[in-house]
Design a binder for this molecule. Structure first.
Ligand code: UDX
Length: 448
């Protein structure tokens, strides 16, 4: 089938590439000329495991193209995806300006029967706005083409986006017309062996499904972070509690890891946007508001542990910071907990020696060159001349601690572990004070 995709961010690029991989003819459209040029040269602007070779082979195979030119892409394709960004605007609502701009462009050039597929995460009711925007352009042109705006939310996780796209656990399709369902089922058929993976519903329910999924996952995390803070005070270890509850299939093992707070381009934004939707309807979304505010507080928690250890602001201290990306296997630092920490450390007059396997360039882009930030080439290099170590992202390479090196290099012999990747007893037996998230009993109990 022939498909056009507007927006070559995470969602658009991954979806387009995977659709090409299963044999469709895909044209990716972006207004950013430099981005399109880079993609044509085989340079993928994001770090996503497995994506770059897949882009290259599908371009070579002639199934994947990149262009700035919207018109031919719309005219030639029966299925047009909208996968542009929806950044939060000032009050936390999703800003639809890019989505609606693409809608108007589609209306301007539509040349025949078209299914417009909304993949961007948009507030409930957006399909209608997109429909009206396209309709207005068509009537201004004095033409009437048969089209439907369908909602088909994505559930890709950064770091495993290609895998998630090729092996989806479900494909949610919100539409009205039987012909639209049929077309999308045909489009996605190679991804799903099991037809039950298609979940078909009305457009509005599909739009809400995406928010419900992300908000529930964020709720699990904030819940665990809150219990972790209780554990810290009462002297329990949240990691034991986690193990004690995860085996209950009604609770499950996923998304019950306490930590330095959730980040990324989805959870913070989506929780806020869903709360805004409810508020606009005159409701008071108490739970969603609490999920968001617990997370804001949690992102400050690592720094609080630092202050608790030193009994004062860590002015003049140098901190090794391991992990800057909002989670492992990505270079994305949007809403990352590391940013809160760095800014608090700098605010207190401390210095930072930072290392992340992928996000160094991104850190430089965000913070530029500054005296109190040294970007280091390795985790070990970051420890040189540091007073303390803070772990913010649980990259695999941080998981087996070299205790001897740590003891030799960390002057104040203290580790703040924002993802609970270490065994407190092992670190403390190695002569280093240990602070985790929600691990009350262990905190500094033997060495501090
Ligand atoms: C998320 C959803 O998982 C995905 O389905 C949706 O399409 C987009 O949003 P993503 O933002 O890539 O994906 O990241 P995810 O792996 O879900 O992690 C989000 C954040 O939660 C990270 O900062 C992570 O560190 C944190 N997290 C996750 C926890 O703190 N504890 C957990 O148990 C799980």
């Amino acid at each position: 089938m022939k498909v056009a995709i507007f927006g070559t961010g995470y969602v658009g690029l991954v979806t387009g590439t995977c659709l090409a991989e299963i044999g469709h003819e895909v044209t990716c459209v972006d207004v950013d000329e430099a981005k399109v040029e880079a993609l044509r040269a085989g340079r993928v602007p994001i770090y996503e495991p497995g994506l770059e070779p897949l882009v290259a082979s599908n371009m070579e195979g002639g199934r994947l193209r990149f262009t700035n030119d919207a018109r031919p892409a719309i005219e030639a394709n029966e299925i047009v995806f909208i996968a542009v960004g929806t950044p939060p605007d000032e009050d936390g609502s999703a800003d639809l300006k890019y989505v609606l701009e693409v809608a108007r462009t589609i209306g301007r050039y539509m040349a025949g029967r078209t299914v417009v597929v909304n993949k961007s995460t948009v507030p409930v009711g957006t399909a209608r706005l997109v429909h009206d925007a396209i309709g207005a352009e068509l009537s201004a042109r004095g033409v009437a083409h048969d089209f439907e705006v369908v909602s088909n939310p994505e559930f890709l996780k950064e770091g495993s986006a290609v895998k998630d796209c090729m092996h989806p656990d479900r494909i949610v399709i919100g539409a009205e017309k039987a012909s639209s369902f049929e077309k999308l089922r045909r489009l996605y058929a190679p991804f799903v062996r099991n037809r039950e993976r298609f979940v078909e519903m009305d457009v509005t329910s599909a739009e809400l499904t995406k928010y419900a999924a992300n908000a529930l996952l964020a709720t699990k995390i904030s819940f665990m972070n809150e219990v972790a803070n209780i554990a810290e005070r009462v002297g329990a270890d949240i990691e034991m509690v986690r193990k004690g509850i995860g085996s209950d299939p009604r609770i499950g093992w996923h998304f019950i890891y306490p930590g330095a707070g959730y980040g990324g381009s989805c959870f913070p934004k989506d929780v806020q946007a869903l709360a805004r939707t409810a508020q606009k309807l005159g409701m008071h979304p108490e739970l969603l508001e609490a999920v968001a505010s617990v997370n804001v507080r949690q992102k400050r928690h690592l720094y609080e542990l630092v202050e608790r250890h030193y009994g004062a602001s860590p002015t003049g201290k140098t901190f090794a910071v391991w992990g800057l990306a909002f989670k492992p296997d990505t270079d994305d630092m949007r809403e990352a907990a590391s940013r809160q920490l760095l800014e608090q450390l700098w605010g207190a007059g401390a210095r930072v020696r930072a290392y992340d396997p992928e996000a160094m360039a991104e850190t430089r882009r965000i913070y530029g060159v500054r005296d109190d930030l040294v970007l280091c080439e390795s985790a070990a290099a970051a420890l040189e001349g540091c007073d303390a170590l803070v772990i913010v992202t649980e990259w695999r390479e941080f998981r087996s601690p070299d205790l001897e090196l740590m003891r030799a290099r960390i002057r104040d012999r203290v580790i703040f572990d924002g993802r609970n990747i270490y065994d407190p007893a092992e670190i403390e037996d190695g002569g280093i004070a240990y602070y985790g998230i929600g691990r009350g009993r262990s905190i500094g109990s033997r060495t501090a």
